[in-house]
Design a binder for this molecule. Structure first.
Ligand SMILES: *Cc1c(COP(=O)(O)O)cnc(C)c1O
Length: 220
């Protein structure tokens, strides 16, 4: 059995039912990605627009997720390629997505990225501003549908250090997911990477973004 196949089976064996595995393919080749798809991976995540464009035609049919910071001037390149943008953290970005989605005649699904630990080095909005941003998007962006929340926890090997951040985002997810609006249609709580996806899942994540545990260490 190949490493990728064995790794995917190992990750899957740790996942609860109904948790979506998004295989994070950044820096990895179309061949590696296609191998993962052959092993049943249905969803892949990239954090750079350029990598999506470079690989798009070389990869078998699969659902592409944009999981990294997205500059407004690059939205147009991926609007017809990805099924979900995980990293919306400003009205400016949401408006650009709205504009491009409208031009393409579609509704774009997004997640709001929350910076639960208030880390300066990380993208995402202050958790306290989540409700405001959702309200502004509803008012200004009729072609954007908010499907949930995404968060990246601080790096730590100690689950008890990061658990509270996941729990805080989970609370926001429950709160805003209860809104009665057809454009706030929560389905995904995107939390957890290779080193912390088990903890994230224990705190309610239903979408994990796993790269290293599937493809091995990245070489940049
Ligand atoms: C790279 C990346 C991941 C996956 O990280 P691993 O530690 O390799 O599992 C998950 N989420 C985001 C936003 C990333 O950029």
């Amino acid at each position: 059995m190949s490493d990728i196949k064995r790794n995917i089976e190992a990750v899957r064996s740790n996942l609860k039912e109904d948790v979506l595995l998004v295989a994070v393919t950044k820096t990895h080749s179309p061949d590696e990605i296609n191998e993962a798809i052959d092993c049943g991976v249905t969803d892949i995540g990239e954090n750079k627009v350029q990598e999506i464009l470079d690989k798009y035609d070389k990869v078998k049919p699969v659902r592409w997720h944009m999981i990294g910071h997205l500059q407004t001037n690059k939205v147009k390149y991926i609007i017809d390629k990805v099924v979900l943008i995980h990293s919306v953290d400003s009205l400016k970005l949401a408006k650009e997505i709205n504009k491009r989605a409208a031009a393409a005649g579609k509704i774009m699904d997004i997640l709001i990225q929350v910076n639960a630990a208030h880390e300066e080095s990380k993208w995402g909005i202050d958790p306290a501003l989540t409700g405001d941003l959702i309200g502004e998007i509803l008012e200004n962006c009729p072609n954007v549908r908010i499907k949930g929340l995404m968060s990246v926890a601080p790096y730590s090997d100690d689950p008890d250090e990061i658990r509270p951040y996941f729990a805080e985002v989970r609370k926001l997810y429950d709160k805003y997911g209860a809104m009665e609006n057809e454009m706030v249609d929560f389905e995904y709580l995107s939390m957890g990477m290779t080193h912390d996806y088990i903890t994230a899942m224990e705190e309610g994540s239903n979408l994990v973004r796993v790269g290293t545990a599937i493809f091995g260490a990245r070489v940049y």
